[in-house]
Write a protein that binds this ligand. Sequence first.
Ligand code: PMV
Length: 333
Amino acid sequence: MTTLTATAVAHPNIALAKYWGKRVGPGNYPAVPSLSVTLDGMASRTTLRFDERLREDRFVLGNELVQGRPLDRITSLVDEVRAAAEITARVSVVSANDFPTASGLASSASGFAALALAAVSAAGLAWSSEQISNLARRGSASAGRSIFGGYVRLPAGPIGTDGSIPLAAQPVAPADALPIKVVVCVTHAGPKSVSSTDGMLRTMEKSPYYERWLSYACENEAELYQALLQGNLRSVGALAEASALAMHASALACGVSYFNGATLELWKEVRLLREAGLAVWGTVDAGPHMKVLVRTDQETIVVPRLRAVAGVVRVIVTTPGGQPTVKRVEEST
Ligand code: PMV
């Protein structure tokens, strides 16, 4: 018997212009466009095997067997691949992240990107990157962006469809478009308290600022894209920080709060560094960690200052890049 196996390595991406909010209805479409940078220096590695001996899909994450909602999300993604490739076998998925999982460090982005790449490759489908991005995006919208390295844009989804219209991310600038490092400041070891999906749904239902966020996010993303094409680091940094603050303001207005004490200290430190003339900007996703954009030549001044902030437990210095890889193996058993 032949088993079809593939291993993919994908990298997290950090949204400079944030996605927050979904289109109402099926398909997991974002309500706003987003623009991100994929990061070398952190990775999810996923091996997927179609195995006729298995009676159910099986998912091991970081040596632990996972069931319930995370397993259901994997099954839905793999079901699309099974349907396209006419495969009925169940899968074994073994995944590991070399950074904290489900804590707001974009493990769902790199995880679903690696899963989509591994599933399509193991099934032997000759899909384009756009098709794979669309598949990953249905699992977790930010994952659609991790199918590409460098700077990547994901448009807002269509309004009012049955969920079948494809929506893929597009690479828009190479990794060296701006001279930056992204310093990930980890402020907490465990998982986050509110998932990004739950946080978004609550913001959509309850935040008095959600409508304003929708219009602001579109303007911010368009301006950030132009600044990126012009290589204007100061504008990109300022717009990225503004996007994060506006996203969190809309969430906070209905009680969805991701910051901890160390996140607030980091905001203060970033402001102080900037007042001292350094090219430094912060951004925060659905978790308490801060990612700091810093001009490459100022890394050695800025990193020790961030490491010294009270409550920072680990600092990971990453570089824009992160093109994913995938390798398929056919094993006879
Ligand atoms: O793709 P999700 O469902 O994990 O949501 C990601 C949400 C943010 O990380 C806060 C923003 C973004 O664009 O990545």
